[in-house]
Design a protein around this ligand. Structure first.
Ligand code: NAP
Ligand code: MG
Length: 501
């Protein structure tokens, strides 16, 4: 076997002197250093090794937190003017744009996603979000408050609130949008004056390490961002149990989110949990079948279905369901799978062999339970982790495929008669991340919005995120919000000030 990168034709990968290094240490206090243990990062399109990356220990977590604490407490960071933080964030946004092709290529290589998606969504939204948060750095405000205290006679009071940086942040992120989700934590944390220890997912550590270099190049002090690659059960857990962490901002599965909430309890570290979903998409009979089928395909097959808000449960009003299923299945059957670097590919591989096996186990179980496949339902190619886009009919709400997050390109389609029934079906889930309704009837849409139990509702679209639109869930989808102004609240504490005069 030759150099693993010889597998790829994309020029940017070959050009990247970063990737050519092949072995990556731990990034603490502004520089990378060698370590004893490494683990392999795998290209999910081929199953081949891309690089060796440090497998950080609990001791490394201590050092990273100490660096972040030291930087947080001392100048220049502690006393930095907001306008200077703004300028540094703009530098970072420019560097992400300058190195956008390289970052996108690394992202495609380690996650398998389509290069076009990596460029437009992962890298494009990351640099825009850094710019968006640069703007907030100078606009963090409290309120002035009128008080009613009547004592002692003759004394008056003036009061206000301040928003102050929460402190040292542990940002723990998943592999589905590695760079973008790291930036959802990093950019607001830095805008607020926090420092960050970032734990990327084991599968996708490389863009986080390249990002750390760019953060230093932008002029942030050493220790503003430390990166601990390695396992969640070791270094991740060490981070969440550490008394030196003031805030944990987590995006990932519901089960790990619960472990983190327990771990954080002892120190009462602040926690934000962006967890899984089982999001419904409801199609009313007045919606054109083509529009609904195209929308459903985008909402469940985008990024191989590895999207927290993916519309994995499709409910269609009975008179339209056959037409929608037929068109959705036609779209699914025609989709071309392949390497994310191949411009012809419409879907890449799943993240790992283990995940592919998990998704296939869900599919097999649903078939056994009586579910009928109208598209996909199988893997493709003899290497890499490819699962065909899959459409199920004849499943019931109680089946595991409709209750658990599959996190793959698998959708179930279920009929309903009245709108009320659709709302009941949609809410019959432990999760509450997102939902959409597709209709031309404004009355219907407006009635639906308050009744649906989710942190986000779309009408006639799905999966549309924006830097200014808060993202997060209710129920088992977690609490707290990324993006928008809510992110500033996530990384600040409110201090009340009362002055007698
Ligand atoms: P995951 O298994 O929960 O892992 C997420 C991160 O947590 C990884 O970095 C993981 O490290 C780490 N981790 C694992 N165990 C830990 C522990 N005990 N203590 C501290 N950290 C620990 O999730 P995933 O499979 O990477 O990502 C998919 C999930 O993310 C899905 O459930 C999806 O819905 C969710 N997600 C939610 C949102 C949202 O905004 N709500 C957005 C995107 C994704 P390892 O790499 O070692 O596992
Ligand atoms: Mg994992």
């Amino acid at each position: 076997m030759g150099h693993p990168l010889a597998e790829f034709t994309h020029g940017e990968v070959k050009k990247s002197s970063f990737l050519a290094r092949q072995k990556f240490g731990i990034f603490i206090d502004g520089h990378e250093s060698a370590t004893e243990r490494y683990y392999p990062v795998i290209d999910p399109a081929t199953g081949l090794e891309i690089a060796q990356v440090a497998d950080a220990s609990a001791g490394d977590a201590d050092r990273a937190i100490a660096s972040a604490r030291q930087t947080f407490e001392s100048d220049p960071w502690a006393g930095m003017r907001p306008a200077t933080r703004e300028r540094l964030l703009i530098n970072l946004a420019q560097l992400i744009e300058k190195h956008g092709d390289e970052l996108a290529a690394i992202e495609t290589l380690e996650s398998g996603k389509l290069l076009g998606v990596a460029k437009a969504i992962d890298v494009g939204s990351a640099s825009e979000y850094v710019r968006y948060m640069a703007g907030w750095a100078t606009k963090i405000t409290g309120s002035t408050l009128d008080l009613s205290i009547g004592f002692p006679p003759g004394v008056a009071y003036s009061a206000y609130t301040r928003r102050e940086a929460v402190g040292v942040v542990a940002a723990i992120v998943p592999w589905n949008f590695p760079l973008a989700i790291a930036i959802w934590k990093l950019a607001p944390a830095l805008a607020c004056g926090c420092t960050v220890v970032l734990k990327p997912a084991q599968e996708t550590p490389l863009t986080a390490l390249r990002l750390a270099e760019l953060v230093m190049e932008a002029g942030f002090p050493a220790g503003a961002l430390n990166v601990l690659t390695g396992s969640g059960s070791e270094v991740g857990e060490a981070l969440t149990r550490h008394p030196g962490i003031d805030k944990i901002s987590f995006t990932g599965s519901t089960s790990v989110g619960k472990q983190i909430a327990h771990a954080a309890a002892d120190n009462l570290s602040r926690v934000t949990l962006e967890l899984g979903g089982k999001s419904p998409m409801i199609v009313m009979a007045d919606m054109e079948a083509d529009v609904a089928a195209q929308g459903a395909a985008m909402s469940i097959f985008f990024n191989q279905g590895q999207v927290c808000t993916a519309a994995s449960r499709l409910f269609v009003q009975r008179s339209k369901i056959d037409e929608v299923v037929e068109r959705l299945s036609t779209i699914a059957n025609a989709m071309k799978l392949g390497s994310g670097f191949d411009p012809e590919s419409q879907m890449g591989p799943l993240i790992s062999q283990r995940h592919m096996q998990r998704v296939m186990a869900h599919i097999e179980e649903a078939k056994q339970a009586g579910g009928e496949v109208t598209a996909g339902g199988c893997t493709e190619f003899d290497r890499g982790y490819f699962v065909r886009p899959t459409v199920f009919i004849n499943t019931s709400a109680a089946m595991r495929i409709n209750q658990e997050e599959v996190f793959g390109p698998v959708v179930t389609v279920t009929p309903f008669d009245e709108a009320e029934e659709a709302i009941q079906l949609a809410n019959d889930s432990a999760f509450g991340l997102a939902a959409s309704i597709w209709t031309h009837d404004l009355h219907q849409a407006h009635r639906f919005i308050p009744k649906i139990k989710a942190g986000m509702v779309w009408v006639n679209t799905h999966n549309m995120l924006d830097n200014n639109l808060p993202l997060g869930g209710v129920k088992q989808s977690g609490f707290g919000r990324d993006l928008g102004h809510s992110a500033i609240e996530q990384f600040t504490e409110l201090k009340s000030v009362c002055i007698a005069y």
